[in-house]
Design a protein around this ligand. Structure first.
Ligand code: ZN
Length: 269
């Protein structure tokens, strides 16, 4: 499969970042890893590993924190463990999965590659880096094991895949909109400045964008419930709220679909 690959390395408000971009047949995906105060946050996807290797080898860090188990965040973890003497931290519930073979759909294996097994250890609620204490914030919804990291000294917040974009139109079957809303509310109770997203990079007006996303999702939730009460089927609700069909829906054979937004809202009722 011919994937086009590109990386951009830059410093964003004192945080070292690498952005890997993959494109194939009109679908473009990208992912960021960050290094700050001796911590590497996420490791990219296996399909980008060759492009990420110099960064993973040369950056200055002594621990690795994983925001969640998805393959675009854990694809370089085995490589880091083989080449650097550093611990890799992940949510308690993903320790076992990390040691196993990848278990995700074929289209994701085609895009992000097959991540190798790796040995991780669990986070504590509070973690330390060279010069800072951090809050490790449970923020499920995108995945059950999802975490956000807040550097209490700099106020920089690393949001994994909690944000990605302000107006979610498609989600994976495994995601839950009501749970994402709760997680957004939770991070908004913290005192933070810069927001670093694993797919959008450094988000301008981060707090404002996170709160815009929360409001957008709450409005979607309200509309879904209203239309459902009026007796519309899930498909009819989809036609009203999300009339566009997205390439990722076809590409993923429906794993990414706006229908899952509706289903997840109705399921939690
Ligand atoms: Zn993810």
């Amino acid at each position: 499969m011919l994937l086009k690959k590109k990386v951009i390395i830059e410093s964003l408000n004192g945080v070292q970042s690498i952005n890997g971009i993959l494109s194939f047949q009109g679908v473009t995906l990208n992912v960021f890893c960050y290094v700050t105060d001796g911590v590497l946050i996420d490791t990219g996807g296996k399909s980008l590993l060759k492009q990420f290797e110099p960064f993973l080898l040369e950056q200055d860090y002594e621990q690795v924190w994983i925001t969640h188990h998805h393959e675009d965040h854990t694809g370089g973890a085995a490589f880091v463990l083989e080449n650097r003497n550093v611990p890799v931290f992940i949510h308690q519930m993903s320790l076992k999965d990390s040691k196993g073979k990848p278990d995700y759909p074929l289209y994701r294996q085609l895009f992000w590659g097959r991540r190798k097994a790796f040995h991780a250890i669990p986070f504590s609620d509070i973690m330390n880096s060279r010069n800072a204490n951090w809050d490790i914030i449970e923020t499920p919804g995108h995945s059950k094991d999802h975490l956000a990291f807040l550097n209490r000294q700099t106020g920089q917040l690393f949001t994994g895949d909690l944000y990605v974009n302000p107006k979610t139109k498609v989600i994976m079957q495994s995601e839950s909109i009501p749970t994402i809303i709760e997680s957004l509310k939770k991070v908004l109770t913290y005192d933070f400045g810069d927001v670093f997203c694993q797919h959008a990079g450094l988000v301008k007006n981060g707090r404002n964008m996170l709160s815009q996303k929360k409001e957008y999702l709450e409005e979607i939730q309200y509309q879904v419930l209203r239309l459902h009460q009026e007796g519309l089927t899930n498909k009819e609700i989809q036609q009203q709220l999300f009339p566009r069909k997205y390439p990722i829906t076809t590409f993923s054979s429906g794993d990414w679909d706006s229908l899952h937004i509706i289903e997840s809202v109705l399921m939690s009722e």
